[in-house]
Ligand binder design. Structure first.
Ligand code: NAP
Ligand code: GDD
Length: 347
């Protein structure tokens, strides 16, 4: 049985990847950061008590800002594959928390690489996937591919570029099997509520059922290449099954504006968005990434990877999920419970 270690296991991608790997008979270990409230909601359905011999998901406390914890978990788990997904992954928030973002995203990756190098030195084979981002392309014109030069536009993106080059450097210097995935935006019903797609589908569903009145957004003209997270995690795995470690763009090749996403979601819910959407400059970024559209031809050619879920199907999946969730909120409200919008902080 293969063992995988996932950092960022409690995030959107971590949850899809865990489920996928368990389906492939892996034993999955995850780095769990300490939180004062439960942060395992996205993987609870996969978790069994560790005393149960059929448990396939094991969580270990650790933090990317604490190198000793990363090293200890790696030594304890002895994985065949590592997926480094942990990040302060919100671009707007990275302008508020630039040092912390760099510590987790850039230096955190370096800490992991140092631990991996020592581990590999003791003769144990290991493969590492690094979660790179299309944000690294920033203002480089589309379509962006593996040969497009990076021009990052936020502390988050600069940190991801540093992590990318640390990985290339450790691959070349120490002959380690490390792949950088350069993933374009990918969404799902597990997407964090402060990313624009989920913010839109949640808010429109709540507005439809009278749970809130308005949706406040920033730049509606930004364009993104949006795919389904469930498709993208398979590309991560395929990279690590390949004969040769390399870097790959993972994208749909199509791009839509925030406005077009909003229009599609509103039309599926039959909501007149022009009456409920307002612009709030707090959601604008000091520097924006205007246009992302990936060229995934290398991943298709070399890994045999292709996205399955279309833009319209992705919106429908998220709308359906959030409409169901809003209906549950209505039930709670009717039973006298509070249903205030969670996550009031701006992003
Ligand atoms: P996400 O939902 O924001 O999840 C991030 C994960 O990192 C969470 O499990 C989080 O833990 C964990 N984390 C944050 N700080 C940490 C720390 N100091 N130590 C240990 N763990 C920490 O992100 P995602 O959408 O799944 O994305 C996964 C990775 O792909 C990220 O690196 C992201 O930057 C990158 N990426 C994402 C996209 C996309 O469109 N989704 C595209 C390209 C690249 P908590 O649950 O406790 O917060
Ligand atoms: N979050 C947010 N909130 N974004 C908004 C809003 C709003 O109210 N209004 C407009 N936007 C615009 C942003 O300015 C941006 O141009 C676009 O919507 C997408 O924003 P996000 O959904 O926050 O995602 P992102 O593209 O900045 O970053 C995501 O994708 C990257 C890959 O390209 C994150 O998942 C990153 O971690 C990931 O690397």
């Amino acid at each position: 049985m293969k063992k995988a270690l996932i950092t960022g296991i409690t995030g959107q991608d971590g949850s899809y990847l865990s489920s996928f790997l368990i389906g492939k008979q892996y034993e999955v270990h995850g780095l769990l950061r300490r939180s004062s409230s439960f942060n395992t909601g996205r993987v609870d359905h996969l978790y069994k008590d560790t005393h149960d011999p059929s448990a396939k998901l094991i969580l270990h406390y650790g933090d990317m800002t604490d190198g000793s914890s990363v090293r200890k978990v790696l030594q304890e788990v002895q994985p065949d594959e590592i997926y480094n997904l942990a990040a302060q992954s919100h671009v707007r928030v990275s302008f508020e928390l630039p040092e912390y973002t760099a510590d987790v995203v850039a230096t955190g990756t370096l800490r992991l690489l140092e631990a991996v190098q020592d581990y590999a030195n003791s003769g144990r084979p290991i493969r590492l996937y690094q979660a790179g981002s299309s944000e690294m392309f920033g203002s480089a014109p589309p379509p962006q591919s593996e040969t497009t030069p990076f021009h990052p536009r936020s502390p988050y993106a600069v940190s991801k570029v540093a992590a990318h080059w640390y990985c290339v450097n450790y691959r070349e210097a120490y002959n380690l099997f490390i792949c950088n995935g350069i993933l374009f935006n990918h969404e799902s019903p597990h997407r964090g509520e402060t990313f624009v797609t989920r913010k839109i589908t949640r808010a429109l569903a709540r507005i439809k059922l009278g749970l809130q009145n308005h949706l406040y957004l920033g730049n509606m003209e930004a364009r993104r290449d949006w795919g389904f997270a469930g498709d993208y995690i398979e590309a991560m795995w395929l990279m690590l099954q390949s004969d040769k470690a390399d870097d790959y763009v993972v994208a749909t090749g199509e791009s839509y504006s925030v406005r077009e996403f909003l229009e599609e979601a509103a039309s599926q819910l039959d909501v007149d968005w022009e009456k409920v959407v307002k612009i709030d400059s707090r959601y604008l970024r000091p520097a924006e990434v205007d246009f992302l559209q990936g060229d995934p031809s290398k991943a298709e050619r070399e890994l045999g990877w292709k996205p399955r879920v279309s833009f319209r199907e992705l919106v429908a999946m998220m709308v359906e999920h959030d409409f169901e969730q809003a209906k549950q909120e209505c039930t709670l409200r009717d039973a006298g419970h509070s249903v205030a919008v969670r996550g009031a902080a701006y992003a």
